[in-house]
Design a protein. Sequence first.
Length: 281
Amino acid sequence: MSDSPAARLQALFEGHRLTPTQRRIAHWMVRRAAEVPYLSSVEMAELAGVSQPSVTRFAVALGFDGYPALRRHLREVAPGEQPAAGDGEQGLNEYQQAVQAEIENLRHLSTLLADPAPVERAGRLLASSRPLPVLGLRAASSQARGFAYFAAKVHPDVRLLDEGGTMLTDRIDAAVRAGAGVLLCFALPRHPREVVDALAYAREAGLTVVTVADSAFAPVARHSDLLIPAAVGTGLAFDTACAPMLLGRVLLEAMCDGLPDAQARLEEFDAAAASRGLFAE
């Protein structure tokens, strides 16, 4: 397990029943773990987009007398680096700030991957499932589609579930009847209720659910057997998802490690593509 400030914060929140507002606060505290021990309750509220009393109630829900007590505790167990005066993104335009935020999301993902065990476990699970259903609706559909496109080159049976509606549970049932043991889900904000319901149904049907989500506190968390978070950028009109996309590729790599014939399948595809003149070189 990584011993980073973010990981220690995550451990602090685990085991507590948090409201949606409190999960939002927890999510932003993990994302900005290095700064949180030095932020006031007003600054924390502004960062998370909630009210200042909500931050106080959050601290009390964790067992502290108030936010100052929580902040003192964080300085002891998850100390970061106090921001120097003048630090920040002054002078950058909004587009540059969005890029910088994505770079920070990737840094956070890199820190998370210092402990490779969750990804390695996910890779083994994905490799073992025949077929492998891959779910992603609305904003997450492109992540699911990209994963499924590459996974199909090495996995013998990948089934993309990127359309909702009444057929979704039918397709989950069909995958289970065909022998599926695992479902991979990409879940990004805003989280469709249909995805939450689909994961609950999949687990009732006996599937192990592996999820890539924007936060460990996302609504899909309670219906996931293994959730690996990768934050999205929120600085533009529409969220950016560089970290979830990269995490999907990391999972592909881990899955290939669990498929003994993955390299042979790739070589077979390359040979067929060359003979068909599939790609312009």
